[in-house]
Design a protein around this ligand. Sequence first.
Ligand code: MN
Length: 319
Amino acid sequence: MKIIEQIKDKINKANDIVISSHIRPDADCIGSGLALFHILKKLGKNVSYYNIDEAAFPLTELPGHDVIKIGQVYPKKFDLYFLIEGGTESRTGQKNLDHYSTINIDHHASSINDSDINWVEPDAAAVGVLIYELAVSLDVKIDKTIGFNLYAAISSDTGSFKYSNTTERSLRIASEIIKESGILPDEVSDLLYNTNTYNKVMLLQNVLSTLELHLNDRLSIIELKQEFLGTTNIKDVETEDIVAIARSIGSLKVTLFFKELKKDHYRVSIRARGIFNAQKIAKLFGGGGHKHASGFFYNGNIIEAKKELLEIISKELNK
Ligand SMILES: [Mn+2]
């Protein structure tokens, strides 16, 4: 049986269903989770949605967002547990996952296939694409709430339909979502991309002042120091998109974004273009992600980290 048919079968047989997204949720996993929540509601299911981390503004403004509860899943018997983008306890922060019948829906090649059913499609631009296909197979009409969330998921993970995962499939599905639900794409874009605060734009100024170019302008490095955050009230997760600015320089193949979490402890995002494989680099440091967008944690001095990465990336670029 095709995996989507297996999931359909499980949904049809289930009554009480719970959903969780990964920690530090992004627009794809929240949008996809919310769309799935409202799809299952339309089928008359009892649905709960538990996340460990609160979503950051503006994702809190996604329609239907108020159904999300923060914390561990209530220890009751659910028939089915959907894990959006990563089915492990470390990825979701949820404990005792092996007590449930779990379905992991993901599009990361690095997804750990630890759930009872693992629907992992690295070729899908976003989990939103998969949730749309699930809705179609369940015969659920895409209403405005579902449509807005799915479109936000796909728009966000394709960088507003700019990244290499902007394919016939992602554009066709985005178009079908608009047609079926009647949502206005510019309203989604305004919410996701045009709601910066003054403090956020000033933070960009500080981060951009750290910009370095290396390896004949093929590698850029930027850094977000804790001191930049100061009293800005900007949450960590709201700074994820800053890397997009540093990667817009035409000559670049790779961009590294060092985010200082505390002294000598960094989260490093890697963005790549063309044939360069960011995931391969992230894996060397115990991280993961996609070919063009990956990341890892680094404990140690940033000067050492840069030295080490420059050497590795230089070798990769000169292959
Ligand atoms: Mn995603």
